[in-house]
Design a protein around this ligand. Structure first.
Ligand code: SKM
Length: 512
């Protein structure tokens, strides 16, 4: 265990019995404490219920009675609410949450009657945005002036860079502090609170049953993100894309990092603006990124140095922060995809055609002219294929085609494009990717002219395009092949260690 940051499971239910069940579940899952949200109880009788909840809890307790005016469920009389919180103190809850707005009143009311072991968390929630570092700092000072034992500041992330301001305050806090940026774009604040010294982070007992937006599950925190292994020195990595929820890279790398005891974490990074992200998280601990759709070209433009192959392609799939702080970009996409396509061709042709690439001389159609399209077109050219780039925007197709000495057509034209039989098709657009798996970039009737079809999408593994290609008699090559091959290379770039290949294969098989 590299840090003391605890995992706290919020418990929300309508009856005390249901809460007790959830509290046991939280313990089984590995949480360190439970936040009992008594504002969710129907017919709450404070004296009787708090006694049971606090005394029978299998884990240390945090009692929270959140009013509507702070984002909770309680809509009743304020003095009754504070009476219940005072009772929680008397009954010896380990922690009691008191909202900043009423903290002075509350402290006046409990004057000297607080058992030593009971700690008061004074909390502030902002559901609109994340203010400046200075404003968050002032808020913390205000909270401290109430006499708080523990400071809690929860803001809302409107962009991934917002978590950085929370970290900045968290890391400098002289008192125990809970600092979280809520919302999907604030996920990293919840996970990296272990790195930046947060007192606790929240993890839900069940997926989707959350007490605040963006909360991961306890199980994801502990098993997917290796929360107990995150500490101040942990190096941060992640996959930069938009959307990013579908990516299996966090599963792959976190599992692989753990298996070789590498002190690193790998996050899904939902980025709107790549340059802004890189400028914000510029400390030496933010060391390595994978780039996925649609940011492979934006990443390319942010590099201080670019590997020759990536330079030729014009897009990156991997970025490393060197010890001197410079960002170096690589493209390791095409290697894995081309190898998998070659393997597919060799297998379907029976014997190999000697030492040359089976792609040589073939008509190779690449759908999409974004980062992955560029890599595949480049790979095709390298192997001596005749490349055709088909893209929704013809201009972009034209640009790429001229770079690889190929032909350009629009996606609409591709439907009736069959200069010859036995062509090879690669999809690099996101059409057909989860969640819109009913979509396909090319209608089935057009697929009969292809002998092999590859899809760079790997969620789902069998896309509609691949299913229809198979039904049309083509050899199909899954995106998982490309994904796994490039992951081996990236793992080595991130860690300097050989990739645990079997473990990575198994992890992907379990998760697709
Ligand atoms: O090139 C890869 C990238 O490294 C990661 C990724 C993902 O996590 O889904 C997909 C491909 O773009």
């Amino acid at each position: 265990r590299r840090s003391s940051t605890q995992v706290c499971a919020p418990v929300m239910a309508e009856t005390v019995d249901q809460m007790l069940l959830l509290m046991r579940k939280a313990k089984e899952l590995g949480a360190d404490l439970v936040e009992i949200r008594v504002d969710f109880l129907k017919n709450f009788s404070p004296r009787q219920d708090l006694e049971i909840l606090i005394k029978q809890s299998p884990l240390p307790t945090l009692i929270t009675y959140r009013p509507i005016w702070e984002g909770g469920q309680y809509d009743g009389d304020e003095s009754q609410r504070q009476n219940a919180l005072r009772l929680a103190v008397e009954l010896g809850a380990d922690y009691v949450d008191v909202e900043l707005k009423v903290a002075h009143d509350f402290y006046n009311a409990i004057q000297g009657k607080k058992p030593e072991k009971v700690k008061i968390i004074v909390s502030s929630h902002n559901y609109q945005n994340t203010p400046s570092v200075e404003e968050i700092g002032n808020l913390v000072a205000k909270i401290l002036s109430t006499g708080a034992d523990i400071v809690k500041v929860a803001t809302t992330a409107l962009d991934i860079v917002d978590s950085a301001r929370v970290f900045q305050v968290l890391v400098h806090s002289q008192v125990p502090m809970i600092g979280i940026a809520m919302g999907e774009k604030g996920l990293m604040s919840r996970i990296l609170s272990a790195k930046f010294g947060g007192f606790l982070t929240f993890g839900s007992i069940e997926a989707g049953v959350i007490s605040a937006p963006g909360q991961p599950t306890v199980t994801d925190l502990l098993d997917l993100y290796n929360f107990r292994q995150i500490g101040p020195d942990t190096k941060v990595h992640g996959v930069i894309g938009n959307p990013i929820g579908h990516s299996k890279s966090p599963h792959l790398y976190n599992g692989a990092f753990k298996s070789v005891n590498f002190n690193g974490i790998y996050l899904p990074l939902l980025v709107d603006n790549v340059a802004n992200f890189l400028n914000t998280y510029s400390s030496p601990d933010f060391v390595g990124y994978s780039y996925t759709i649609p940011h492979k070209e934006a990443g390319f433009n942010c590099c201080d140095e670019i590997d020759p192959i990536a330079k030729e392609i014009g897009a990156i799939s991997c970025m490393i922060r060197r010890p001197d702080g410079k960002l170096k970009g690589y493209n390791v996409d095409y290697l894995g995809a081309i190898a998998a396509i070659e393997e597919g061709l060799r297998a379907s042709n029976g014997a190999s055609n000697g030492s040359g690439s089976p792609l040589s001389g073939k008509l190779f159609v690449v759908m999409g002219a974004g980062g992955a399209g560029k890599a595949l077109a480049f790979g095709g050219k390298e192997k001596g294929a005749r490349v055709v780039v088909a893209n929704r925007s013809y201009d972009k197709a034209k640009q790429l085609a001229s770079k690889v000495g190929g032909e350009a057509i629009s996606l609409a034209e591709l439907e009736n494009f069959h200069p010859e039989e036995g062509m090879i098709l690669a999809n690099t657009t996101s059409v057909g990717m989860k969640p819109k798996i009913e979509n396909t970039p090319l209608p089935k009737h057009a697929l009969k002219h292809y002998s092999l079809v590859f899809d760079a999408i790997y969620t789902p593994k069998l896309t509609r395009l691949l299913r229809e290609a198979e039904e049309s008699g083509a050899t199909i090559v899954y995106g998982t092949e490309m994904f796994i091959n490039q992951a081996f290379v990236q793992f080595e770039k991130f860690t300097g260690l050989p990739a645990p290949k079997q473990l990575i294969r198994d992890t992907l098989a379990r998760n697709t």
